[in-house]
Design a protein around this ligand. Sequence first.
Ligand code: MRU
Length: 362
Amino acid sequence: MNVAGQHYRTIWLKANDPEVVQLIDQRALPHRFVIEEVGTVEQMAEAIRDMHVRGAGLIGAAAGYGMYLGMLAGMALTAAAERLRATRPTAVNLAWAIERQLARIASGGTVPEKVSLARETAEAIANEDAEHCRQIGIHGLQLLERLARGKSGRPVNVLTHCNAGWLAFVDYGSATAPIYAAHDRGVPVHVWVDETRPRNQGAKLTAWELGEHGVPHTVIADNTGGHLMQRGEVDLVLVGTDRTTYTGDVANKIGTYLKALAAKDNNVPFYVALPSSSFDWKMRDGLAEIPIEQRGPEEVKHADGWVAGEMVEVRLTPEKTPAANYGFDVTPRRLISGLITERGICQPNEKSICAMFPEHAP
Ligand code: MRU
């Protein structure tokens, strides 16, 4: 996507030194655009854990490149895999990319052959992620066009939570891909952007990327969505996911479930956009089985912002007040209108998901 008119992906191999991975350091956005260089598995693991890179698709791509860096350094592959796997538990793309690398590298004979397979696979994971998101855009566009037909030229109001934009993937994004596709084709769209406490991925990242692309949007405090839905000011809720069971339960950023409840109560369609790499083909019951990341309490107790040219962190709570920081929640399939995938839109149930991806049917 575009940054100041130039095309970027979120992660790539350095042009004149393919033993180095370059990535956009999202901790600095929207205030500064910083490109970071990563040359070891340890650095990649830190980049994932400390959220220089984040979002399901991008975490998967980063793990793919991390395995390539491990192979380059002659590291034991199981150790590289373990180190990367331990970074964040909820997004299934991470484990999926590591498994794919392990299987592919094992098919090589000599070390140079394995290095080359690891590089090819890392590039393939990133390219497929971008292409699948582009296709999600094409399928989701139909939904937005249909809603636009009932609006007599007024914008379709989409509410989104967190950042399932191009920053969360390699390019295009999942929830944002249909929005970009509609905007580029002249379908009027306006996006309500949940700020998404505690890390504010909506206020910082989604707002920044929509702004760079020229999509009209408004940031709202996290608790505003229900009120807007009651007033008829939301036509569609469109979110991403970090892990979706093959039965259609959706784990996404904390607060998504509450939006789904409000959408159900107000007859607002609630769609989830995902590439097939975010399906967990082994998990049946999302509530019981999906691991929910808990991060440090300081993310809840503090907030940061841009003051006079520098990032400043302030404490919101009394110093000794304890805080809990659950990163994700699970929205049960009964609250979901449909899943937008790279192959089309399916229903959130085993039959429909497995009919669309028969090669994964359990
Ligand atoms: O904690 P994050 O920022 O890595 O969480 C991921 C997300 O941004 C969301 O949950 C998103 O909606 C799904 S990832 C495409």
